[in-house]
Design a binder for this molecule. Structure first.
Ligand SMILES: Nc1ncnc2c1ncn2[C@@H]1O[C@H](COP(=O)(O)OP(=O)(O)O)[C@@H](O)[C@H]1O
Ligand SMILES: [Mg+2]
Length: 383
C-alpha cells in the first residue's frame, strides 16, 4: 500500500511491489436533488499495472465511481490521487487526455472515419498528421483489425465487436497509463465477447495499463480481474482477488451475489501450467514404429501415445495405458488455458482425458479427469 498523505508517493524500486496508481479516499457522490449518496465513503487503491473489476447490481454506483476518476462527474467529497498526485481539482479536460476511456458500443463518433476516431486525443495533443496516421494503423493492428481495410471506414460499417475493438484502440491512442472501461463488452454476443476478453488480456500483457473495469458479469470479473471490487448500493462490500471473493465472500451480500456455481467459476482460475502432466509420446501418422520425441514401442505400457500429423500436432490416440479410456477421442487444450477450458473440451468431446499442447499445437502431456479434480483438491487445501 502506498502512502496516502499529501506527499508524493515514494517510487518503489523496480520489481519490489507495485505502487498504487489510482487511489480513492473517502469518496462520496450525492447527486443534486438526491438524499441518498450514489457512492459513499469509498476507499479503493488500484496498484500500477493491475486490472480491477468493479462489479455489483445495476444502480450501485459503478459508473459514477468510474466517472469520478476521470472527473466526468465531480465527487461531493473525498480525494482522488493518480500516480500519487491529488487530481481532485486539476483541469478535467487535461486529466481526460491522460486517461483512456472505453464505453459500451465503443462510443465512437459516427461521422468520423475509424482512423479519425482513434486519432481524437492525439489530435487534441497536437500530434502531426503523419504521426496520428501511423499510430492509428499501429493500434488497428494491435486490436486485430487490418489497417488498410478498416482505417477509412465509418463506425456503422463495422460489427459491434469491431466497433468495440476500435473503442479500445482509441482509448490507447495517446498511451495513457490509466484506462477506465465501463461494460465495454456488455452489448456483444457471448461468443464474440469471449474472444474480445482473450484479446484484451493479450493486449494488456503488452501494454500493462492500470485498468478500472466495470462489469455486471461475474464470469468476466473472475476471468479478467487481478482484483474484484464488489459493490452494493453505494458501498464497497469486498475488495480482493477473484479466488478470495469466490471462496471467502466477506458477507451475506457478496455470498448472495456470487451465488451458486462458485466452484465451477473457480475452474477458470486454475492454470493448466500449474498442474503436473502425464508424459505423452508421439508417432507420426502412417508409421507403426517410434518416431518423433518418444520411443513409443518400447514404453507402450505406461505411457499414452498420440498419432501426430506432419506438423507434429496430435490427431488421435494410438495407445492409452488405461483400458477404460479405449476409443476416447483425442481432444486438445492449450497449456496457457485453465482447468475450466480443459473440462469444457472434455465434456464437449465426451473424452475422459485431454492432450495439453503448446503454442505450436504440439503435445506436451496428458491430463485425466481425475487429475483435474485432484488439482482442485490440492488447491482447496491451500485456500
Ligand atoms: N446524473 C445523475 N443524476 C442523478 N442520479 C444519478 C445520475 N447518474 C446516476 N444516478 C443515480 O446514481 C445511482 C448509481 O448509478 P450508476 O453509477 O449509473 O450505477 P451503475 O453504473 O452501478 O449501474 C443510481 O441510483 C442512479 O439512478
Ligand atoms: Mg453503469
Amino acid at each position: 500500500m502506498s502512502e496516502t498523505t499529501d506527499q508524493p508517493v515514494v517510487e518503489t524500486p523496480h520489481g519490489a511491489g507495485k505502487p498504487d496508481m489510482i487511489v480513492l479516499e473517502g469518496v462520496e457522490k450525492i447527486y443534486p436533488g438526491s438524499t441518498q449518496p450514489a457512492v459513499s465513503e469509498l476507499d479503493l487503491a488500484i496498484p500500477q499495472g493491475e486490472i480491477v473489476m468493479l462489479i455489483g447490481p445495476s444502480g450501485c454506483g459503478k459508473t459514477t465511481t468510474l466517472k469520478m476518476i476521470n472527473r466526468l462527474i465531480e465527487p461531493t467529497s473525498g480525494r482522488i490521487l493518480l500516480d500519487g498526485k491529488d487530481v481532485t481539482h486539476v483541469n478535467g479536460d487535461q486529466l481526460r487526455r491522460e486517461i483512456g476511456y472505453v464505453i459500451q458500443q465503443g462510443g465512437l463518433f459516427p461521422h468520423f472515419s475509424i482512423a479519425d476516431n482513434i486519432g481524437v486525443v492525439p489530435k487534441m495533443l497536437g500530434w502531426d498528421k503523419q504521426r496520428i496516421r501511423e499510430r492509428a494503423d499501429e493500434l488497428l493492428h494491435l486490436v486485430g483489425l487490418e489497417p488498410s481495410t478498416f482505417r477509412d471506414r465509418y463506425p456503422r460499417q463495422l460489427s459491434g465487436g469491431q466497433q468495440q475493438r476500435v473503442g479500445v484502440a482509441r482509448a490507447l491512442a495517446a498511451d495513457p497509463p490509466v484506462m477506465l472501461m465501463d461494460e465495454p463488452f456488455g452489448a456483444i454476443d457471448p461468443i464474440t465477447r469471449e474472444r474480445l476478453q482473450e484479446e484484451f488480456l493479450d493486449i494488456q500483457r503488452t501494454v500493462g495499463k492500470t485498468i478500472a473495469f466495470v462489469t455486471h458479469d461475474l464470469q468476466e470479473a473472475v476471468k479478467l480481474g487481478d482484483k474484484i471490487a464488489v459493490f452494493a448500493t453505494g458501498r464497497l462490500e469486498q475488495y480482493a482477488d477473484p479466488d478470495t471473493v469466490l471462496t471467502r465472500p466477506a458477507n451475506d451480500f457478496v455470498s448472495d451475489f456470487v451465488g451458486g456455481g462458485a466452484a465451477v467459476r473457480r475452474l477458470s482460475l486454475v492454470e493448466l501450467a500449474h498442474l503436473e502432466l502425464h508424459p505423452v509420446e508421439t508417432d507420426e501418422a502412417g508409421t507403426s514404429g517410434a518416431t518423433g520425441q518418444g520411443t513409443a514401442a518400447g514404453s507402450r505400457n505406461g505411457v499414452a501415445v498420440a498419432e501426430v500429423d506432419g506438423s507434429g500436432r496430435p490427431v488421435s490416440w494410438r495407445h492409452l495405458p488405461d483400458r477404460d479410456a479405449a476409443g476416447t477421442p483425442l481432444v486438445t487444450v492449450p497449456i496457457s488455458g485453465s482447468v475450466y477450458d480443459a473440462v469444457d473440451v472434455m465434456l464437449d468431446g465426451c473424452a475422459s482425458l485431454v492432450a495439453v499442447v503448446d503454442e505450436e499445437g504440439r503435445a506436451q502431456g496428458v491430463l485425466h479427469w481425475n487429475d483435474l479434480v485432484g488439482g482442485l483438491r490440492t488447491r482447496q487445501g491451500h485456500a
